[in-house]
Design a protein around this ligand. Sequence first.
Ligand code: COA
Length: 158
Amino acid sequence: MIDRQGSVGLREILPRDLVVFFHHQQDTEAYELAKVYPRERADFDAHWDRILKNPSVIARTIVFDSEAVGNINVFRVEEEWFVGYWIDRTHWGKGIATRALAVMLEIAEQRSMFARVATENIGSIRALERCGFVKTGEHVSEACDRFMACTEAWFELK
Ligand SMILES: CC(C)(COP(=O)(O)OP(=O)(O)OC[C@H]1O[C@@H](n2cnc3c(N)ncnc32)[C@H](O)[C@@H]1OP(=O)(O)O)[C@@H](O)C(=O)NCCC(=O)NCCS
């Protein structure tokens, strides 16, 4: 049973959050779990600049007991809506991703919503399932300059 103490909320992203997110995505254990290569500073800044200027993206900072501990984003890929999230490793296993996702699903009304996650990423899969996402299949994802090769589980929330 995980300890679900502490409050979890979402707020608009502030400029000072970006340096926090930069370090989160450079954590080796975290990016190996997510099967994604970390971005270098210039690439990271350009990426977040695009996110924050895109009116269709719903991007939020995850706040745990008043500390910025991660981010969660709903974004469109072609005609489909996806959700993605990232939590500071020092706060894993406190139910933060699950609670942040539940809050985001109240803000973001887009349905269907999709998520793709490496089958090894048990924590992310559990958070999706607890929030009502249903697995629709598994697909082998080839390596590219951004992502590591892995087997992905595809999820949908109708
Ligand atoms: C995946 C990630 C978001 C999970 O965040 P988290 O706040 O630790 O998740 P939660 O605490 O809400 O845990 C969700 C569930 O998974 C379980 N869990 C978490 N980590 C686990 C692990 N390594 N192994 C097994 N179960 C795990 C929890 O016990 C909980 O299960 P329960 O609801 O049955 O009690 C976090 O590890 C992370 O940010 N990883 C790097 C980025 C990433 O992978 N993003 C997602 C890409 S799809």
